[in-house]
Ligand binder design. Structure first.
Ligand code: IVH
Length: 673
């Protein structure tokens, strides 16, 4: 090698080491030692060398975090060791029981040493380092195998591409660590604000945003999202070993991996409870979402002895936080008009921080609910929010002075001034004007939503603009929109207009169940739409189905049957649907598996989130195998399929002795096993 080149190689190598070190200080330890300008100078120098001498580039160079081309689909990675999930403890008593169970199992009454960690609400991943180099990263998947997200993980700045190994130490042959990828709250808010501007749907919570960002086929998109990671659990280790969880955490931190600083060694379960109490207090001060505490037996030897049961370790438990509450004042009670014309009273609140977000509205659902709680304008109320669930008013804490009059539903539609009907004995009030702009907006919004025809970019604002401008009055008008009309709208650039048109074009290819759901027929949601699609096989057949025929469909009662019939009996609806389907290419569901299928006549309940498929896909599979889906567990239930974080349904199943299936068992069963 010419001398100049060997010098450059050495310089590049030194720069890489320096940059890696400063990355570690900055992203992992959060205590940078150089200014941004100095860091940039090093990075630019390295880029320059690599540009002039591409042969000097190494795969783990800090300049190579992004670079892979988008792929069509993720590969599959089999985990060397299964990725388990966690059992939950609901309250302190269940934590004490967890501790007693461990002692019983170990036949010891000595105090157990635990490590208490933050339970991060993110996406579980596994990183594999071979001879100190990051070789593979994958999602948890079904615990046995997950998706290959190596190229995406490489863009996460706090993930070292190469471990920091002290010179006199050898590299570990194999180091697998599991962790949680998160999107910090601030970044989440920024991302949603950008998406709103672009007319894209917002992510419901940071967890979804993190998952959506990581499961991107184009790593450049992932790179644009400031994801972060906290590593928390070992996988398979070779050439390196630890005796305890706390040593493991310290050890991997020294190797350059990011570990949550709030971890604490606890002597006995009571200290874990203290930790939980402290964290409950400050959970919203954290700049990422945490949904509880994970307690783990510290000693790996004891973990080994304790083993696991139904895919969760006996040596660890998740103790979730309680729902959060806040007090605020109702400024006004407004009324919103929904897609079928139903009026919903909404409390406009004095903005208040709850569970880390600002809340300024809460639905009051209906007049009965308002009367029952005797909620009036000016009252101070207690708000509650659990996880990412919509906030609701628990009760009135202090009545407004002077007390406002009882709330009454309006006599005229607040949007169009049209008549309101209210049937005696029913809670709902309706605006019956089919041309009410509020109704139109809502039906189009519903039509375009994720579970409907999934038209990306057709957000609330744009729908309102389209309706107000008179461009869209019926669903099929969407398919007649052209670029000039869109560009003429306020704040609509050529590029975004094209994106919307592309999404609309894309939505022409859809499935029957999506279409049925998208129509927004009263009482017909995703689940019923699927049942109807499987039973009738085409929209024409559904349009002509009699009430009796409709009632032969499982889970469809008289009310739903009547509502479907009423919808299609309305000539305007029939005509609108007929015009709409001319623009669509509708894929019918698999033929109903009457009289065959492994789940013939079996009633199945799904709970928790499945890893290899969405709930929708799981429901389809059950239906296709001749089974039926029910929402609650009873003695008549044949199977409960339990995904990650199953709720009370799993307990109920255990109480009633109903058979439960893990995801892999469920898959085997479907395969006819
Ligand atoms: S330990 C065998 N530690 O929670 C132990 N998990 O509900 C398995 N999670 O799948 C996980 N923070 O993705 C562990 N500090 C933490 C965690 C954590 C979040 C996630 C993890 C797991 C899920 C189980």
């Amino acid at each position: 090698m010419p001398e100049a080149l060997s010098h450059l190689r050495a310089e590049a190598e030194q720069l890489r080491e320096q940059i890696n070190h400063h990355n570690y200080l900055y992203y992992v330890l959060d205590s940078p030692e150089v200014t941004d300008a100095e860091y940039d100078r090093m990075l630019r120098r390295l880029e320059e060398i690599e540009r002039q001498h591409p042969e000097l580039v190494t795969p783990d160079s800090p300049t190579r975090r992004v670079g892979a081309a988008p792929s069509e689909k993720f590969g599959v990675v089999r985990h060397r060791k299964m990725m388990l999930s966690l059992a939950n403890a609901m309250d302190a008593e269940e934590m004490l029981e967890f501790d007693r169970r461990i002692k019983r199992f170990l036949k010891s009454d000595e105090e157990i040493r635990y490590v208490a960690e933050v339970k991060l609400d993110g996406l579980a991943v596994e990183l594999v380092y071979e001879d100190s180099h990051l070789t593979v990263a994958s999602t948890r998947g079904d615990g046995v195998s997950g998706e290959d997200i190596t190229q995406n993980i490489r863009t996460v700045k706090s993930v070292p591409l190469r471990l920091i190994v002290p010179r006199h130490h050898g590299s570990p042959r194999l180091l697998e660590v599991r962790g949680e990828v998160i999107l910090p709250r601030k970044a989440f808010e920024r991302l949603n604000a950008e998406r709103a501007k672009a007319g894209e749907p917002a992510f419901a919570n940071p967890r979804n945003a993190a998952a959506g960002s990581l499961r991107q086929l184009d790593p450049r998109v992932t790179a644009s999202r400031p994801l972060d990671i906290f590593c928390h659990t070992p996988g398979v280790l070779e050439g390196i070993s630890f005796d305890t969880q706390s040593e493991f955490l310290q050890g991997i931190k020294a190797l350059g991996l990011k570990v949550n600083p709030l971890t604490r060694v606890c002597h006995g379960v009571n200290q874990v409870l203290d930790y939980w109490n402290e964290l409950t207090e400050k959970r919203y001060e954290l700049d990422y979402e945490a949904d509880g505490v994970v307690a783990k037996v510290d000693s790996f030897a004891l973990q080994e002895q304790l083993g696991e049961v139904s895919r969760a370790p006996r040596w660890a438990v998740a103790y979730k936080f309680k729902a959060q509450q806040a007090e605020t004042r109702i400024r006004e009670i407004a009324v919103q008009v929904g897609r079928i014309g139903s009026l919903t009273p909404v409390a406009k609140l004095q903005p208040v921080q709850l569970a880390g977000v600002t809340i300024s509205n809460a639905s009051l659902h209906n007049l009965d609910e308002i009367r029952r709680k005797d909620i009036r304008e000016g009252d101070t109320v207690l708000l509650e929010r659990a996880g990412d669930v919509i906030p609701y008013i628990v009760r009135v804490i202090a009545q407004g002075r002077p007390r406002a009059r009882q709330f009454e539903m309006p006599r005229r539609c607040p949007e169009c001034g049209g008549a309101i009907v209210h049937e005696e004995g029913e809670v709902a009030y309706f605006c019956v004007n089919v041309n009410c702009p509020a109704r139109m907006r809502e039906s189009i919004r519903h039509f375009a939503s994720k579970t409907g025809l999934d038209i990306d970019g057709l957000g609330d604002k744009l729908v309102a603009q389209l309706v107000d401008a008179g461009l869209v009055r019926e669903l099929d008008d969407l398919y007649r929109l052209g670029k000039p009309q869109l560009v003429a709208l306020e704040r609509m650039a050529d590029r975004s207009a094209q994106n919307v048109l592309d999404s609309i074009e894309h939505s022409r290819h859809t499935t029957l169940d999506r279409l049925i759901n998208a129509l927004g027929i009263r009482h017909v949601g995703e689940h019923t739409a699927r049942q109807l699609a499987v039973r009738f096989g085409s929209i024409e057949a559904l349009m002509d189905a009699t009430e009796d025929e409709l009632r032969t469909v499982r889970d469809i009662g008289p009310e739903v049957a009547r509502s479907v019939r009423e919808y299609f009996d309305e000539p305007r609806n029939r005509e609108a649907v007929k015009r709409l389907i001319r623009h669509l290419e509708i894929k019918a569901p698999p033929a109903p598996a009457v009289g065959r299928g492994v789940l013939r006549d079996k009633s199945v309940v799904l709970t928790g989130s499945l890893e290899t498929m969405t709930r929708e896909e799981a429901e389809r599979k059950v239906l296709a195998a001749g089974g039926r889906i029910t929402s609650s567990v009873s003695r008549k239930t044949d199977f409960v399929v339990a995904g990650a974080d199953p709720g009370s349904k799993l307990r109920k199943a255990a109480e009633l002795g109903v058979k439960t299936l893990e995801e892999d068992e469920f898959l085997k069963l479907l395969e006819g096993g």
